[in-house]
Design a binder for this molecule. Structure first.
Ligand code: HEM
Ligand SMILES: *[C@@H]1O[C@H](CO)[C@@H](O)[C@H](O)[C@H]1NC(C)=O
Ligand SMILES: *[C@@H]1O[C@H](CO)[C@@H](O)[C@H](O)[C@H]1NC(C)=O
Ligand SMILES: *[C@@H]1O[C@H](CO)[C@@H](O)[C@H](O)[C@H]1NC(C)=O
Length: 327
């Protein structure tokens, strides 16, 4: 893609302008020779952290998304470099799971010092998070290096829960991801929770028209209003995938189609004919032999997301010793 010319919005643009998928030279089993236990060490940390706190898989899946969308999948979101830290950006509000990454890193540094990047630990942990939630099991590509920049301004362009569907599509497109990736990756909301904070406008003041989002199912609306009352605790958390928040399954897409989306951005997938058709395709099957699989498509899009802006030359990145600090 790097040297290709790409037609976008009617203009011809050289591939390298897009931050996308281009220079990825990742591979499955990148650490097989230099640190053969790398993936199982990360997996062990994810499992034991999850036993301790069942919210961990959702933290880790979201963390990978937020890492990849700012500066590429390069561990930039992990850095704590004072008030400018990327992790302090409003778009990253509520991110957790950093301790699991640091824990795995500390053991990896004992076993194979200077070998396994933090960006790869995040990608492996996200893979394991999906598996632990009964989602699809897949081979994760590795070979990313850790970036040199952490700057919260750079997170301003993260997809936002208030964005229009057009803007969401555009933000994914800029990262080399298409409409199908947007739909199935939003399906990650099959696990995890949201704070009432992200629902208040949707329930009481949608698009500043003083009232709820008309696309919410009436029963769900009443339930959400009860859970997140007007002057209630905006930090109170509820499942994003209504009635199915713990397991990875297609229920999230069904909920979105039926007006049971909790997050605004998920509901908006029904606002656009293309993303709506993609959602529908998982349920309205006309030909069994071409039946699409949410799980298989999710894996494809995760692998694609994991390639965004990957750094893999020695000058373009490093292997951090500690994930929250540059070397
Ligand atoms: C399409 C754009 C997206 C928007 C606007 C969005 C927005 C949000 C919001 C507002 C929350 C609640 C955060 C909180 O209250 O702490 C959330 C949670 C979550 N998001 Fe997304 N998201 C998007 C895409 C994704 C993608 C691509 C993934 C992963 C592949 C993902 C994974 C998650 C997970 C797992 C949670 C639950 C986190 C937890 O339980 O702490 N999201 N998202
Ligand atoms: C952070 O990024 C912004 C936008 O690119 C830039 O204007 C600003 O100077 C950067 N800050 C630092 C300290 O590098
Ligand atoms: C509703 O939203 C508008 C625009 O976002 C804002 O100006 C107004 O203060 C909000 N009203 C309430 C009651 O939150
Ligand atoms: C179903 O799809 C397969 C694969 O594309 C195709 O070969 C077959 O003819 C289709 N069957 C029907 C009934 O359309």
């Amino acid at each position: 893609m790097n040297n290709m010319l790409i037609v976008m919005f009617g203009m011809i643009i050289p591939g390298y302008i897009l931050t996308g998928i281009s220079e990825a030279r990742l591979k499955v089993g990148f650490y097989n020779k230099m640190c053969p236990d790398a993936e199982s060490i990360v997996g062990g940390f994810v499992r034991s952290a999850t036993e301790f706190d069942p919210r961990v898989p959702a933290f880790l899946l979201r963390l990978h998304f937020h890492d990849c969308f700012v500066q590429g999948c390069d561990g930039s979101v992990l850095i704590a470099n004072g008030p400018i830290s990327e992790k302090l950006a409003p778009a990253h509000q509520g991110l957790k799971g950093f301790d699991v990454i640091e824990g795995a890193k500390a053991l990896l540094e004992l076993m194979c010092p200077g070998v396994v990047s933090c960006a790869d630990i995040v990608a492996i942990a996200a893979r394991d998070a999906v598996a632990i939630s009964s989602g699809p099991i897949y081979k994760v590509e590795t070979g990313r290096r850790d970036g040199f920049i952490s700057n919260k301004t750079l997170a301003d362009k993260m997809p936002d829960f208030r964005d229009s569907i057009q803007l969401l599509k555009h933000k994914f497109f800029e990262k080399g991801l298409d409409d199908k990736d947007l739909v199935v990756l939003s399906g990650a909301h099959t696990i995890g929770t949201t704070a009432c904070f992200f629902l208040m406008d949707r329930l009481y003041n949608f698009s500043s028209r003083e009232g709820p989002d008309p696309s919410i199912d009436k029963d769900l609306l009443l339930e959400l209003m009860e859970t997140c009352p007007p002057n209630g605790d905006i930090n109170f958390r509820l499942p994003i995938d209504h009635d199915s928040g713990d397991t990875f399954d297609i229920q999230i897409l069904e909920n979105i189609r039926n007006g049971f989306a909790v997050l605004q951005s998920d509901a908006k997938l029904m606002d656009d004919p293309v993303t709506k058709r993609i959602l529908d395709s998982y349920f309205m099957v006309t030909n069994q032999s071409v039946k699409p699989s949410f799980e298989a498509d999710f894996v494809k899009s995760m692998v694609k997301m994991g390639r965004i802006g990957v750094k893999n030359g020695p000058k373009r990145g490093e292997i951090r010793r500690v994930c929250n600090t540059f070397n």
